[in-house]
Design a protein around this ligand. Sequence first.
Ligand SMILES: Cc1ncc(COP(=O)(O)O)c(C=O)c1O
Length: 433
Amino acid sequence: MNDGIRTQPERLQSIIRRRDTLLGPGYQFSETIPLEFVSGFGAHLIDREGNDYLDAYNNVQGVGHAHKHVANAVSRQIAAVNTDTRYPQELLVDYAERLLATFPAALSKLSFPCTGSEANDLAVRVARFRTGGEGIIATRWAFHGRTREVASFSPMLGAGSPLGPNVRLIAAPDPRIVGSDCSLEDYMRNQVRSAIEDLERHGYRLAALIADSAFTSDGIFTHPVGFMKAVVDEVHAAGGVYIADEVQSGFAQLGDSMWGFSRHEVVPDIVTMGKAMGNGFPISGVAFRPEVSDEFGQKVSYFNTLGGRSVSIAAASAVLDVFEEENVRERVLTNGTALRAELEALTRNSPYVGEIRGSGLYLGMEIVKDIKTLEPDSTRTEAIIKDLRDRRVLISRTGPAGNVLKIRPPVAFNAADVSRFLETFAVVAKHRL
Ligand SMILES: Cc1ncc(COP(=O)(O)O)c(C=O)c1O
């Protein structure tokens, strides 16, 4: 137990001790000094003492913690029936129609696993079946999930989690690493081409390129857009498919549209989604072009006991209701744009802010030791997160060096939340930035 935890109330220390004794391997807390929340609303979490924390980190309860409409839909459905996809359910087909209507028409089939990892696992399985290849291309610090297959192309998991021999990594689209004689588009295309050649040299045909549409674990790279077309052309020329991982960037988190890939004006072959889909209820999705998935469907059955049950679908349908009723996407764009502009103004003269990146309510602030060398400063990054937490504002960090502040509130974040965030950030920035 760390010293910080020893300063917590005895009751909380006891929970932590019992948890250490009981839980399986690898569990971690979000905070160095864990917080125990007992209720929530909107982008607010309330601890046992009644303190109100502003949540600018947990985007899973996207439309808001304990949202009444979602809670009521789930309670009603769980008190009625909770059948699986082996039984006809009107709610499920209604939901599938509504969700698919948010995608380009080419993506017209939908499957329902429970988690983002399962969604990516299924996506890659279908890609392998369709292409007959096994090669996977992902970005250098990507995270796509934790099944054995998906962990094999999730380098963010670190040295203890081996990458597959069929996996090749490319750098994330950071325009600063591209030389002046080359465009970002050419740089990304060349990387993909080399990865495909290397895979082939080792006897692997390409199955898929998978990319988080905001490259969030790589450090959040949302701009510029447009280079994906060249990348996807290379993938298709090699017989592979393009999987857009929208587990982080989907459900309007980036503000300018419902799905992150649309910013690049390329229609993926497969799209995976999860997290905010059920506002914390376990449901994820995989949208397919039918020509990619149909043969798999005919020759290999798909069933997921807990995926697509009536209660999960009720939660996910209620989320879409809220999106429509509260104009969520527009709100994200307005509040995200205001938040970013103010953060830029606040840190304009700081020698420690390398760059502010992101879109909508998914923002990253790169913290460096020196603005000229851009050497990462993970110690200062951690101190900023702690200072904010001490003032009851929650954020986190991302990127290979852990030096990018991850400001990723639920899409419920409203104008008052933006103001509170900025007031608190300004206080911290005064002595840290
Ligand atoms: C981009 C991305 N894909 C997939 C996953 C895996 O989702 P899950 O934890 O629901 O399995 C995550 C989880 O953080 C993620 O960030």
